[in-house]
Design a protein around this ligand. Structure first.
Ligand SMILES: Nc1ncnc2c1ncn2[C@@H]1O[C@H](COP(=O)(O)OP(=O)(O)O)[C@@H](O)[C@H]1O
Ligand SMILES: [Mg+2]
Length: 441
């Protein structure tokens, strides 16, 4: 009798727990969605702020005082820091909600390393550090991984290394993982194709009791870090989670005052994410839905021919090109128009998709279209599909500009027929390079 009662009670308790867990899952999903939308809404106005302050700081007309240029630079760098924070927040929430998609492709290792070297060499030089790149001869030329995410992790580790190294050197080393590494995840002990990406610095180092803490969100080695070096403490938390999603692990080895080595162990061929071992992550996974993201390779957008800036000093393809901007946010149109006109392009613009098509019919000499995606009534995808149905515009380069970085967007862009896809806020130099690439085809 007693046992039966206890059993009944246990059952009731269990049911109640399940219900609570369900409620938590729902509210956590709302929270993630809210944050993702918020981040999007914050990016759009930030976009025009960044583009316009960059223009001011460049002082092309030479009519600003040096102090005014300095102000513009400060606004630009504060805006960039804000953007970084928003991006990090979005990453944290999409990882928590199990929504960070992994899109593995074949990645050329020499190209990846060259890209990172080019990106960080000026920074290292500024700080009088030597940046050394060392790829062991026995590593494969190609690996299968999510290139963008892999880059994100390595960029984070490199920027930390440079930030926390007052003198000496920062080294990026790629090698096969040596035997005998003590992995957190058992399945890695059997892997035969593990690569080790190491970022080695001669910087301030990390105290032994801080080596776990630094991987937690919003945590830095000590309370003076943010005052002295800036940052918010999200970088390594994101890196650790992405490493796991990529099927790998990050380890740290350090000596206070001598330097640190961060190692990303990664299978040369992506097989899937590692199961979470950390209790925090495990709990989050229980409360949230399983990832809906499939691990299949998304088709790649066509790459425009990559060109370097210096090539265009004489004959800039932007010069004289007619470009159509379709965007409902007049601030964006204004910002982009000023940049393009400075490079000699002629700009026509349309406030919505329907008008965009009319503009094209009136201006058959338009060489390229910049297409905003989020527009009322007829969005950028629908407009692009409609343009593609007009035979004379089958090959017209259409570049989608969007602050939306939601799941499924890449697939949608490809399906609608856009030629390229540029995230907002727009990095002006990057955008110009891509336009030149498309215009000079
Ligand atoms: N290469 C490094 N050398 C010394 N300390 C580091 C290094 N990388 C990270 N740290 C420590 O780990 C903390 C967390 O790093 P991170 O999550 O990237 O945040 P942030 O860079 O915003 O401070 C840093 O604040 C710093 O205290
Ligand atoms: Mg950092």
């Amino acid at each position: 009798m007693e046992a039966l009662k206890a059993h009944e009670e246990l059952r009731k308790y269990n049911a109640e727990l399940m219900e609570r867990a369900e409620q938590l899952a729902v509210s956590s999903r709302y929270k993630s969605e809210f944050l993702a939308n918020m981040s999007h809404e914050l990016r759009t106005p930030l976009n025009s702020m960044l583009v316009l302050t960059k223009l001011l700081a460049d002082n092309a007309e030479g009519n600003l005082t040096s102090q005014q240029v300095e102000f513009a630079r400060t606004i630009y760098s504060a805006g960039s820091a804000l953007l970084q924070l928003i991006n990090d927040m979005l990453d944290v929430t999409s990882i928590e909600a199990g929504r960070m998609g992994i899109h593995p492709i074949l990645v050329s290792l020499p190209k990846l390393v060259r890209l990172l070297e080019a990106a960080f060499a000026p920074l290292a030089q500024d700080r009088r550090l030597s940046l050394i790149v060392d790829v062991e001869p026995d590593v494969p030329n190609e690996l299968r991984a999510d290139e963008q995410r892999l880059q994100q992790v390595l960029r984070n580790l490199l920027s930390n290394a440079i930030k926390f190294t007052p003198r000496g050197e920062v080294k990026l080393r790629v090698a096969m993982a040596p035997p005998g590494v003590d992995y957190d995840d058992d399945s890695l002990h059997d892997a035969t194709d593990l690569l080790a990406f190491q970022v080695i610095d001669t910087g301030i180092g990390i105290a032994p009791d801080k080596r776990d803490v630094i991987f937690e969100a919003f945590r830095q080695a000590d309370s003076t870090t943010s005052r002295k070096y800036g940052g918010t403490g999200l970088g390594l938390a994101i890196c650790r989670d992405i490493a796991r999603l990529l099927g790998g692990e990050i380890h740290v080895d350090s000596e206070l005052g001598k330097g640190s080595t961060f190692t990303l162990y990664l299978p040369a061929s992506y097989i899937g994410p590692l199961a979470a071992t950390d209790p925090g992550t495990a709990r989050r996974q229980l409360m949230t839905q399983p990832s809906e993201e499939s691990a299949t390779t998304a088709p790649e957008l066509v790459e425009p021919p990559a060109e370097t800036l210096s090539q265009w000093q004489g004959d800039d393809p932007l010069n004289g090109a007619k470009i159509l901007i379709v965007d409902d946010d007049i601030r964006n149109v204004f910002a982009l128009t000023s940049v393009l006109e400075r490079h000699g392009s002629t700009v026509v613009y349309a406030e919505n998709g329907r008008e965009g098509i009319e503009q094209l019919e009136r201006n058959e000499d338009v060489a390229l279209v910049l297409m905003d995606i989020m527009m009322p009534e007829m969005d950028g995808w629908a407009t692009t599909s409609a343009i593609r149905r007009m035979p004379q515009f089958a090959d017209l380069p259409i570049i989608a500009l969007t602050a939306k970085v939601m799941r499924g967007d890449r697939e949608k862009s490809i399906a609608s027929g856009v030629s390229d896809y540029v995230p907002k806020p727009v990095d002006v130099d990057d955008l110009l390079e891509r336009l030149r690439g498309w215009l000079s085809r």
